[in-house]
Design a protein around this ligand. Sequence first.
Ligand code: PLP
Length: 378
Amino acid sequence: MKPRLFTPGPTPVPEETLLELAKPVTYHRAAEAKAILAEVSEDLKYVFQTAQPVYTLTCSGTGGMEATVCNALAPGEKAILCTAGRWGERWRGILKAFGAQIVTVEAPYGKAVTPDVLHAALAAHPDTAAVFATLSETSTGVGHDLEAFGKIVANTPALLAVDGISGLGAMECRTDAWGLDLVVTGSQKALMMPPGLAFVSASAKAWAKIDATPIRSFYFDLRRYRKSLLESDTPFTPANTLIKAQRASLKRVRAEGIENLWARHARVARACRAGVGAMGLTVFAERPNSALTVITVPAGVDGSATLKALEKKYGYKLADGQDTLKGHIWRLSHMGYTDAFDVLGALAALELVLIESGFKLDAGAGVAAFQKAYAAGA
Ligand SMILES: *Cc1c(COP(=O)(O)O)cnc(C)c1O
């Protein structure tokens, strides 16, 4: 059976990128390696929509998140944490580990933190050093209005740090224009790569703060990465095979054009939500993002068993909910190298599995609604 990956990380990898991964390993200090890193760094600036350098770190996305916290915050400094799910909680874990004083602005799972509550929290805590937020909350499918967050934080001395893992490259995100000071993403979500690389951008405002903050990490000291990147190099041995492969996936983004890519994800996401609705199911996220669709498991259906059947019978691998949401939601990614017809197949398979389990549904209802919405969204 053909395995079909629809988890919100990792995501499918294009063929030309896979071929890069099959090539012999090369020396990471060679001129060719530096040229490749230079090219990747330029393409990342395009993906991030920033004029600032973007740093490539050999670690998963969480390492990039940790790098922002340990570089930009001194112990005991105040951080406003905007959290609406498990990945907001990941920020909390890192902030705790580095001794931040945390003020939490929380939305229940499935809902988004609104700009109003962030505004009120910043007004109540004018000594805030940084605000931590999530672009796409991958655990619930919610998207946050980072453009509005950026406008609010820009009027204060605080930095805005954004977990863009899964969001960046799947939904509109304009790092410079929106005033996002620190943005992090990972290779294995919308950037069409295996896991292993994290990318971090820092604004001039962020650099001023970092330069005034005592460093608390050796490996994640961003000042080392800044210095090395001036020579198109990295401070430590990078996963240069992955960087080379990332170049191939980023060429795809360049060829499509970032705005076309955002529009394509938005169109597929809208069509997917229409399909889900026509199947008699509901979308879990109140403010859904374009990276993935999160479906509420209907009453009387065993959520986890449905996902097992989907994989075993038809090869479709969707993701279950995490922690308290396990068994209660299904998460279907449409990031990166996943197109409209891939998603149509997943909906068709989900229809079949639901019908086989006794759920009342007309075969093709979701598929037809997807196609109609997709056609209308041209
Ligand atoms: C996947 C994900 C993470 C975790 O990234 P790792 O690469 O697993 O460390 C963090 N935040 C969001 C929003 C994610 O989707």
